[in-house]
Design a protein around this ligand. Structure first.
Ligand SMILES: Cc1ncc(COP(=O)(O)O)c(C=O)c1O
Length: 389
C-alpha cells in the first residue's frame, strides 16, 4: 500500500526531469496522438524573445501555465528570465520541487488552506511572490505567514479592464496598498497588471492603441500607490500578443509571456504590424496523428479529437498540407474533409497538426516528445499537468 500523501505533496507521476528514449525514434514511429515539441524552432523562440527583451531593458518572467514543464522553465531561466510565473499554487509547488524557485503565483487565493500552502512553500524558495486582490485573501495570507513565522512577498493584482481578477485602478488600489502594508505577514513588492482581454485583439494598430491606453491608466495608479509611500519595486504584466508593445512602458520591470514558445492557431490569427500575419515566433508544437479509417471517400478519420486538443476556440490546422479541413469527430477522433489535398492521404499516414490553443492542449498530455533532426530521443514530463488548484 502506498504511503499516505497530503494534497501539496502528491508526486508528479513521471517525475520532473527529461527521460531519454532507449532508442531514438523517427518522428513517424511515435505512438499517436503524440504531443511533439520541435526543438529547433522552440530554441529559436526562446532566444529571440530573450534578445527582444534585452534590447528594451525589460526582463522575462515567463508563464509556466503554457508548458507546465520544469525542463522548459529551466531553459527560460538560462535565457535570462528574472523568474517564472505560475497560475496556481499547485503549479508553484511542482516548479519549486524541481528547484525552480524564483516564482510568482499570478492568481490570488481566498481560502485558508491555499494561504497555508503558500506560506509553507515560501521558505523553500529563493523568492516566492503571489498576487493579492482582496482584503479577505490578504488577511488569510498574512495570518498563515505569521503562524509560520515567515513574511510572504506580494504584488497587488490590478484589474486593467479584464474584470477577471484584480483591484480597481485608482483610489481602490491605493487604499488596498495601505491595507497590505499594514499586515505583518506580508511585504508589498509591487504590482501586476495583466491585460488578458487585449492579447488576442485582432489588428496590431487596435491592439497597440488599447494596450497603450490601458498602461497609461495603470501607470497613474502606480504613481499614486508610490506617492502614498509604497515604493513598488516590480511592475509585471503583458503576454505574447502585446510582446512588441509592452516593453516601451515606463517602469515595466518584466513581462509574463507564455505562448511565444509554441505558437498556436489562435495567436497566428491576430495580425502583426501593417497587414502582416502575426509570425514573430515559429510553430514549435504540434500533435502527430494517424489516419485510421475512411468510411467515405471524401473524408478520412484521424486518431485525435477532444482528448488531444483544447476545444475552447478554433479548430486544429494541418501543417504541410493544404486543401484539407479538420472537423471535430468526438473524444478520440478528428475527421479530415478532403477538399483539394495537396498530397494524397492513405490509412496509416502520420499527419502533423497545429494546436488551436496551446496552454489547455498541453494540459491534456503527459509529456512532450522532443523532436530534433527528424528523430525523437527525449520525453519531457509535463509535471504540473492537471495541477489546477
Ligand atoms: C496572468 C497571465 N500572465 C501571462 C499569461 C501568458 O500569456 P500568453 O500566453 O498570451 O503569452 C497568461 C495567459 O493566460 C496569464 O493568465
Amino acid at each position: 500500500v502506498a504511503p499516505p500523501i497530503d494534497p501539496a505533496r502528491r508526486p508528479a507521476p513521471y517525475g520532473t526531469e527529461p527521460l531519454a528514449l532507449r532508442e531514438p525514434l523517427p518522428l513517424d514511429d511515435l505512438p499517436t496522438p503524440a504531443l511533439v515539441l520541435d526543438l529547433a524552432p522552440f530554441e529559436s523562440n526562446v532566444a529571440s524573445m530573450a534578445a527582444h527583451l534585452d534590447r528594451h531593458g525589460v526582463r522575462a518572467r515567463p508563464h509556466t501555465k503554457t508548458h507546465k514543464c520544469p525542463e522548459i522553465g529551466r531553459r527560460q531561466m538560462a535565457a535570462g528570465a528574472v523568474g517564472l510565473c505560475c497560475a496556481k499554487v499547485s503549479e508553484a509547488e511542482v516548479m519549486a520541487g524541481a528547484r525552480l524557485d524564483t516564482l510568482l503565483v499570478t492568481s490570488p487565493v481566498a481560502t485558508a488552506d491555499k494561504a497555508a500552502r503558500v506560506a509553507a512553500l515560501a521558505p523553500t524558495c529563493r523568492e516566492l511572490l503571489i498576487v493579492v486582490d482582496s482584503e479577505r485573501g490578504a488577511r488569510l495570507l498574512s495570518d498563515a505567514a505569521a503562524a509560520l513565522g515567515v513574511v510572504v512577498g506580494v504584488l497587488i493584482d490590478l484589474d486593467p479592464g479584464t474584470h477577471r481578477t484584480g483591484v480597481t485602478l485608482g483610489a481602490p488600489a491605493v487604499d488596498f496598498s495601505r491595507l497590505v502594508r499594514s499586515l505583518p505577514g506580508l511585504r508589498l513588492e509591487g504590482l501586476q497588471a495583466y491585460a488578458g482581454h487585449l492579447q488576442h485583439v485582432h489588428g496590431f494598430g487596435e491592439r497597440q492603441g488599447r494596450a497603450r491606453e490601458t498602461w497609461e491608466r495603470v501607470l497613474e495608479t502606480r504613481h499614486a500607490v508610490d506617492a502614498d509611500g509604497a515604493a513598488t519595486r516590480i511592475l509585471t504584466g503583458g503576454g505574447t500578443g502585446t510582446f512588441d508593445i509592452d516593453p516601451g512602458v515606463e517602469g515595466l520591470t518584466d513581462v509574463q509571456v507564455g505562448s511565444y514558445l509554441f505558437m498556436d492557431v489562435e495567436y497566428r490569427a491576430i495580425g502583426g504590424p501593417g497587414d502582416a500575419p502575426f509570425e514573430p515566433f515559429e510553430t514549435a508544437l504540434f500533435v502527430l496523428l494517424t489516419a485510421i479509417s475512411q468510411p467515405v471517400p471524401q473524408r478520412i478519420t484521424v486518431d485525435g479529437g477532444f482528448k488531444a486538443f483544447a476545444t475552447d476556440s478554433v479548430r486544429p490546422e494541418l501543417l504541410d498540407l493544404t486543401g484539407v479541413k479538420y472537423h471535430w469527430g468526438g473524444d478520440e477522433h478528428g475527421i479530415l474533409e478532403l477538399q483539394e489535398p495537396s498530397r494524397p492521404i492513405a490509412l496509416g499516414d502520420k499527419l502533423r497538426v497545429r494546436v488551436p490553443h496551446c496552454d489547455p492542449t498541453v494540459n491534456l498530455h503527459d509529456g512532450f516528445w522532443v523532436l530534433s533532426n527528424g528523430v525523437v530521443s527525449e520525453w519531457w514530463p509535463i509535471a504540473a499537468r492537471g495541477r489546477g488548484e
